[in-house]
Design a protein around this ligand. Structure first.
Ligand code: UDX
Length: 857
């Protein structure tokens, strides 16, 4: 499956001691295990039942809002009383077997042979072939393709039925493997036989219609579910996918104001009206990772898409990080000959194992933008559970069936179940397909290539959002290009994931590969650049990081100080991360004089009132001669992404509450395994922590998290990398005070709390004398560390001035342009360029994300 695969496992909930004050323990007479019961006194409402079970009790305890607590209690009670889920559902698939085996069995079979075999259809499967290859071989030799489907009974034996020796399912692969005379196979269900025939017919139809040109090209409705701030990449995706006969429906996570506004602009520009953005309550959801809301989003969007456009044949869902790997013409061609089929990807393992790994046997409930795990549940009898990826291509008929207002027991029953299911979109469509009249249309291929790297992608990174350890695919990079190009012969049309902040070159190369004839983008200004907005003044959601606000405002002040304009009357408009040739180049600050807050007549006439500046970050790392070639990178920052092994905090601001990470990469020339030490020295010169790095061949790249007392002391910190007794490298970083707390101006009380260094009991640790002498040689004396005695409580302009001192040291203003056209026409005494004329400003031309002529084709 997509979300789960090998790495996923249950997240350990807070230990019992955390919950113990809220529960009483009771003995269950049946199984003698100790159960946990929720203490009602801790709730502000009367629960409808006694909530029992460690997981449910833990969830109620951890939830903060009354609404969420009550929802958890109500769902738990319904589940305990057996009222939450249907006990049995009925499959309307005419040839449902109730059994799903291993989906590796592929086969060709001759029509006449299948006719002779009674009670089911017989085929010899050839394992180890890809479905596409097998289908090709079948058709070549006049056989029909059995698909990637399942056997009801497994056997080993020769091709003739008389020679078949039946063996129990589980031992089938084992017994057959290695014996070239034997094939592993089974009886085909009618389902598969039909699918095989259907495809065969599709192929025949294709051949004949190709000659006559009868078949109408398939029309696609793209459902883009997007999140984050990479709006320029989404525009690029739309640019690449756009076709006037297709339909585009964009759902932006309800919390993403910036992306939403950018998508509204796209909708407005498109005069053909075949791009629509989901708007308003009931159509826009806070679709958290793995959440029940993601399925709600897909189903609600699908309904809208049916209403908006009568003409589409397929619904294809994509995200901000998908990109095509075949041309639009190839996609249309493929779907034209497969109208009526439904493309989903199955898990490819034993069903029970899939269910457990995916958490399908657990009840989850979503509130407070989190999926809470409440405990075990029983899935309904009578149907096949299936699942895999939530990236799909569904036929219009099937989408209509799902959206039908007429009650359908199977769909209604499954919706009840999937409302309380983790990663529901990864199983819902598969399960409905398997058990409905659409079972014949199931194709085990979701048209996607996914870049799974389990070791990196399964790090429990969503524990802040779900009570589960899920996985995410990695971003493709330039070195993966040949891997993607090698799929040219296969029916794969999209790949994920791509992020220009990680690697834009692969996206460029793919686009060139797919569309070599399109305008020569490589010559266009801005083609090798990328801009990603980090802050916009109009955003209410998500809440801006206080460090970003603090540093952004400080940089805004410093920019206007350049013009001798020394006042606090500036308004920060936008912050953008700017990349050139795939490398982070700097930060762009768009800022204006806030005319409203002071007498505009006092503002000098020759000064620009809105500018954008290119700001670079100072490099603050030096290595000894011997180590300079061995250390590829060494950096300290926050927001370390373990999956992509990079920092996401482009602005690089560090505040007293930051969780710091040191990330390193050493060159392979460091052949012998080494132990290195990292010494963290606070602004007072005290050794605050020591970390050890064990470098071996496989661990030349990694990260360490120091244990530092909070709040961090303000000022310049130094970090030494020690090899044996020598300093191999040193780094510095600055912890800046905060001008904002929860996006409001800092109060004196809060300033006292966080601007005076660590409070309470500090960790005492014995310092190894060898560090003392090494540090002494570097001029840092542990016996004489300074300790501030003045209570730090600056606010307002005083606090700002203090912040500006630090910011001025670590950021450099490299360039400024005039962002206000009116102004630049009137006067330009400061010899500044117009931002639109530069090649760096966020207001300069970006050919990849330019959608102005999108719907003119
Ligand atoms: C993996 C799987 O590939 C995917 O099938 C599964 O749904 C989640 O896990 P991953 O890269 O981890 O994907 O998720 P991501 O692509 O970031 O998000 C999945 C979808 O949810 C996207 O369309 C994304 O835009 C949306 N999303 C995610 C939100 O709308 N809001 C969020 O907060 C997070």
């Amino acid at each position: 499956s997509d979300g789960f695969l090998q790495g996923s496992r249950q997240l350990k909930l807070p230990p019992d001691k955390h919950v113990i004050s809220n529960k009483v323990q009771i003995h269950s007479p049946q199984n003698r295990t100790i159960k946990v019961k929720l203490d009602k006194k801790l709730l502000n409402f009367t629960p409808v039942c006694d909530v029992i079970g460690r997981e449910a009790v833990s969830a109620v305890t951890r939830a903060r809002s009354e609404f969420c607590k009550e929802l958890i209690v109500n769902v738990s009670c319904l589940s305990q009383q057996g009222k939450l889920y249907p006990e049995r559902l009925y499959s309307s698939c005419p040839h449902s077997t109730g059994f799903i085996g291993k989906p590796k069995n592929l086969g060709c079979f001759k029509d006449d042979k299948t006719q002779r075999i009674l009670s089911g259809y017989y085929a010899v499967f050839k394992t180890n072939n890809s479905p596409e290859h097998c289908a090709f071989m079948c058709l070549q030799s006049g056989y029909r393709f059995a698909g990637t489907e399942y056997s009801t009974e497994c056997f080993c034996g020769m091709e003739e039925p008389s020679q078949v020796k039946r063996v129990p399912d589980s031992s089938c692969n084992m017994k057959c493997s290695g014996d070239p005379k034997q094939s592993c196979g089974g009886y085909l269900t009618t389902n598969i036989y039909r699918t095989g025939i259907r495809r065969f017919k599709a192929q025949e139809a294709r051949n004949s219609s190709l000659k006559t040109g009868k078949e109408k090209p398939a029309r696609i409705a793209f459902l883009l579910t997007v999140n984050g701030r990479a709006s320029r990449q989404v525009k690029r995706l739309i640019n690449v996918l756009y076709d006037p006969s297709h339909f585009y429906y964009i759902h932006v996570d309800a919390r993403q104001d910036y992306m939403y506004r950018e998508m509204l602009k796209v909708e407005k520009i498109c005069r053909r009206k075949n791009i629509k953005v989901a708007k308003g309550a009931g159509l826009r959801y806070a679709s958290i990772w793995g959440g029940a809301s993601l399925l709600t989003t897909l189903l609600s969007s699908a309904k809208q898409m049916l209403q908006y456009s009568q003409h589409w044949d397929f619904l294809v869902n994509l995200s901000e990080s998908d990109f095509p790997i075949k041309s639009n013409a190839q996609l249309i061609d493929f779907l034209t000959w497969n109208k009526g089929l439904n493309f989903v990807k199955s898990h490819g393992r034993e069903v029970q194992r899939f269910i457990t790994k995916q958490g399908l046997d657990k009840t989850f409930v979503e509130c407070e933008a989190r999926m809470w795990r409440l405990g075990d549940r029983k899935l309904p009898k009578g149907i096949q559970i299936d699942g895999g990826s939530d990236w799909v291509a569904l036929s219009r008929d099937f989408v209509e069936y799902l959206s039908s207002p007429e009650p359908n027991e199977l769909v209604t029953g499954l919706l009840k179940i999937f409302q309380y299911t983790l990663l529901p979109a990864e199983s819902f469509f598969h399960t409905v397909l398997r058990n409905s009249k659409f079972c014949d249309t199931y194709v085990d291929n979701n048209l996607h290539v996914t870049n799974w790297k389990r070791k990196l992608g399964c790090k429990c990174q969503y524990k802040a959002v779900v009570d589960w350890c899920g996985c995410s695919p990695n971003d493709f990079k330039l070195e993966d290009l040949s891997r993607i190009r090698n799929t040219a012969e296969r029916n794969l049309f999209f790949a994920r994931k791509f992020e220009p902040v990680i690697d834009q070159r692969i996206i460029d190369r793919l686009e060139d590969w797919l569309y070599p004839d399109r305008e020569n983008r490589t010559k266009m200004k801005g083609h090798d650049m990328y801009w990603q907005n980090l802050y916009h003044h109009a955003d209410l959601s998500p809440m801006t990081d206080d460090t970003v606000l603090t540093i952004g405002n400080s940089l805004g002040r410093l920019i206007f100080t350049r013009f001798g304009f020394n006042t606090g009357h500036i308004r920060l408009l936008e912050i953008t991360a700017y990349f050139v040739k795939n490398k982070f180049r700097g930060i762009l600050i768009l800022v204006e004089v806030d005319i409203k807050t002071f007498e505009s007549s006092t503002y000098q006439n020759d000064l620009p009132d809105r500018v954008e500046a290119l700001i670079t970050l100072q490099r603050n790392f030096t290595a000894s001669k011997m180590w300079s070639s061995r250390i590829k990178s060494l950096a300290i920052n926050t927001d370390y992404d373990q999956k992509e092994q990079t920092f996401r905090n482009f602005l690089g601001g560090i505040d007293p509450m930051s969780n710091l990470i040191l990330a390193y990469e050493f060159d392979a020339s460091l052949v012998t395994p080494r132990n290195l030490s990292v010494l963290w020295i606070d602004p007072n010169g005290a050794l605050a922590d020591v970390n050890n790095l064990q470098l071996e061949e496989m661990t030349l790249m990694g990260s360490v998290k120091p244990q530092l007392d909070e709040p961090l002391s303000i000022g310049k910190w130094r970090v030494f990398l020690i090899a044996d007794t020598l300093i191999a490298g040193n780094l510095s970083f600055v912890v800046t005070p905060l001008a904002f707390w929860k996006n409001r101006q800092m109060s004196m009380k809060k300033a006292r709390d966080i601007h005076n260094g660590p409070s309470g009991i500090r960790r005492t640790r014995e310092i190894d004398p060898k560090w003392i002498s090494i540090l002494r040689k570097a001029g840092i004396n542990q016996e004489q560390t300074l300790d501030g005695t003045i209570i730090e409580d600056r606010t307002g302009p005083e606090l700002n001035a203090w912040i500006d001192e630090f910011v001025g040291q670590y950021y450099t203003i490299e360039n400024i342009c005039i962002a206000n056209e009116m102004h630049s026409k009137k006067r330009n005494d400061h010899d500044l360029h117009e931002c639109s004329q530069t090649n760096w400003s966020s207001l300069s031309f970006d050919p990849k994300a330019d959608v102005h002529n999108l719907c003119e084709i």
